[in-house]
Design a protein around this ligand. Structure first.
Ligand SMILES: Nc1ncnc2c1ncn2[C@@H]1O[C@H](COP(=O)(O)OP(=O)(O)OP(=O)(O)O)[C@@H](O)[C@H]1O
Length: 141
């Protein structure tokens, strides 16, 4: 029997390479992608730890709704940049393998730069939001 890319008959245990057939399957692969980045990328685990600390501080200081909005934007910007960084690294490795290429270096370095810029943005947001609370804690009672 001829099998082409549209053939849906996948034998059990065979890796899937064609389209997802339902929402559950798509969702399962998306969650698998999230888990993969957490497992593979040390930076992602660091971002998650920082996010947990920031959310805990936000709860402790009882920050307002608009502050939560900015914190959410900051956290999701960094996480999205880290996902894109991992995508770029994987595609570059797939294309060039172990060989050195100046365009591979450009792609990986710029992808890493996007994460750095997002992290810097998050730090600025964090400083603007938490600065009054920090001064309050540090001021003599
Ligand atoms: N094939 C290549 N050709 C040229 N330079 C490369 C290549 N692969 C990696 N590099 C250089 O090595 C650096 C580290 O690459 P690597 O794939 O190990 O990223 P990483 O350590 O996972 O990065 P990050 O810390 O952002 O997750 C890249 O930023 C790039 O400067």
């Amino acid at each position: 029997m001829h099998l082409d890319s549209h053939d849906k008959h996948i034998t059990p245990g065979q890796p899937q390479i064609d389209k997802n057939q339902n929402f559950r399957q798509s969702f399962g692969h998306a969650i698998g992608g999230v888990w993969l980045v957490i497992k593979k990328e040390r930076n992602m685990r660091f971002h998650l730890l920082m996010s947990i600390i920031v959310v805990a501080l936000g709860l402790w200081f009882k920050i307002g709704r608009s502050d939560w909005l900015w914190i959410s934007v900051a956290i999701f910007s960094v996480i999205t940049a880290e996902f894109l960084n991992t995508i770029v690294e994987s595609i570059v490795d797939l294309v060039v393998g172990k060989s050195y290429h100046i365009l591979a270096k450009t792609a990986k370095d710029v992808a890493a730069a996007s994460t750095l810029v997002a992290a810097f943005f998050a730090v600025v947001i964090g400083l603007i939001i938490f600065e009054p609370y920090i001064w309050f804690l540090l001021s003599p009672k």
